[in-house]
Ligand binder design. Structure first.
Ligand code: PFF
Length: 445
């Protein structure tokens, strides 16, 4: 079975999966809606108290089972129904991949349009708002170009996945993750040196606890699970490639901390930039944040093409390292279950994705009339996976590793079969048995 070559590769690939558009784009919008630092505090508590143990649960199953998301459960608990948790995660991975590829296509499109000038060509003097709304309408909402970029983005995924675990996933993550951090720090410095940046920082870091409701907690939980790629079989699949001596606890704390740092850096980039340019709260939400507000800001800066291209490159890399991990879950599954070669599995999974994502990308424009229970296809996939399936799968994973997995699985995996000292093991197992399932259920109810 393939393996990641180095410890750095293990971290880069796992952080790469975690840090995606959920962290760099959705987090600032959620933080704004949830009272700035108040949301950040709840999110931080969730990622450390629930996220680290849950991640360890998945990593333990993955490294002990060394198979795909279903096969790992089967290897550990044969002739039981626990493989159903793996099956659910494979289904949700497939659903998320459909719309995530579309989002990745948008990033690629804006990156290329920033370089070749399409995005900023013919920009009027003064108020740019309508101009970028028009661009978003043309590129993201109604345009067929979106469809082409989604397919292009999928092709890039195919190329990386065809190259395999070490030469594809690991090598790409080793290059892209450091670049992503450099770009984040660069944008943070630029944003914090804008006039009135302090106002934005205060907006982000002063907690407004009045905005905290049960709904906010559910969003923070969904955000924590999604941004750490939990409940999707990714960590189970990737852990199958971890070397036997990888330190799981250290890895998971590192991955969670790095994801949190990225989320905070994004807050420190977005909020000061938005307030410095005198834009309103509304400029922070949803699709408009990335495709209207930020281009508006770049347009007022000297060298706008370069800044814009670098920013969308950052988003593109974040998206790509995440979709690769989603793709790998399915590829591994097809390889193991149907005994296919890696090449065949990559095409079997990502070939149809070209069509499904293309259809999904039209759900804003031509196919806007197609509704699933009153939602657009895109929104429905996003909602069903985040708000229902991820918490449920996370719940199933806690029950499994906390109560039903073979005795000693967690302790052996955390301690690498007693080679490491694991002072936190008891606390982690306690959280997985009691706290995490109760918290997930309470929040869902
Ligand atoms: N964690 C990624 C993000 O925050 O965007 C999204 C993601 C990646 C979700 C991989 C699921 C997954 F399997």
């Amino acid at each position: 079975m393939a393996q990641f070559k180095s410890k750095a590769g293990v971290i880069a690939a796992t952080v790469g999966s975690a840090v995606g558009v959920g962290t760099v784009w959705r987090f600032p919008a959620e933080a704004q809606a949830g009272g700035g630092a108040a949301f950040l505090l709840i999110y931080t508590a969730f990622v450390f108290i629930l996220g680290v143990p849950l991640m360890l649960g998945e990593l333990a199953v993955g490294r002990a089972g060394r198979s795909d998301a279903i096969g790992a459960f089967r290897a550990l608990s044969p002739r039981t129904g626990w493989w159903g948790v793996g099956l659910a995660s494979i289904i949700v991975t497939f659903l998320i991949m459909i719309f995530y590829m579309v989002v990745g296509g948008w990033m690629l499109e804006y990156f290329i349009e920033s370089i070749d000038g399409g995005l900023y060509g013919g920009i009027p003097e003064g108020n740019h708002d309508n101009f970028f709304n028009g661009r978003m309408e043309e590129y993201v909402i109604s345009g067929y170009s979106t469809l082409i970029y989604a397919v292009l983005f999928i092709l890039i995924n195919i190329i990386v996945l065809l190259r395999g675990v070490q030469k594809g996933i690991e090598r790409m993550s080793n290059i892209m993750m450091p670049m992503l951090f450099v770009l984040l720090v660069l944008f943070c410095v630029v944003s914090l040196s804008l006039p009135n940046a302090g106002e934005g920082v205060a907006y982000f870091l002063n907690p407004d606890f009045s905005k905290i409701t049960a709904e906010t907690c559910l969003s923070a939980l969904g955000q924590a699970l999604f941004s750490l790629s939990l409940g999707m079989g990714v960590l189970i699949t990737y852990a199958g490639y971890y070397p036997a001596d990888a330190h799981l606890t250290r890895t998971s704390v590192t991955v969670v901390s790095m994801t949190l740092v990225v989320a905070i850096l994004m807050g420190l980039i977005i909020f000061p930039a938005v307030t410095s340019f005198g834009l309103t709260d509304h400029s922070l939400g949803g699709t408009a944040l990335i495709f209207v507000t930020l281009p508006e800001i770049f347009a007022s800066m000297p060298g706008c093409h370069v800044w814009s291209a670098l920013f969308f490159l950052l988003l593109f890399m974040a998206a790509l390292t995440s979709t690769i991990s989603l793709g790998e879950v399915m590829v591994r599954f097809v390889q193991d279950r149907f005994h296919k070669s890696r090449n065949a599995a990559v095409w079997i999974v990502l070939g149809p994705m070209c069509i499904l994502s293309a259809v999904c990308s039209l759900s804003f424009g031509e196919l806007e009339w197609v509704k699933v229970f009153g939602h657009s296809m895109f929104d429905y996939l996003d909602m069903i996976s985040n708000e229902y399936m991820l918490p449920l799968i996370a719940f199933g994973t806690c029950l499994y590793v906390g109560w039903f997995a073979p005795k000693g699985l967690m302790r052996n995996q955390l301690s690498n079969n007693n080679a490491l000292r694991t002072p936190a093991a008891t606390a982690i197992i306690f959280i997985l048995r009691y706290l995490a399932p109760l918290a997930i259920i309470a929040i869902m109810i």
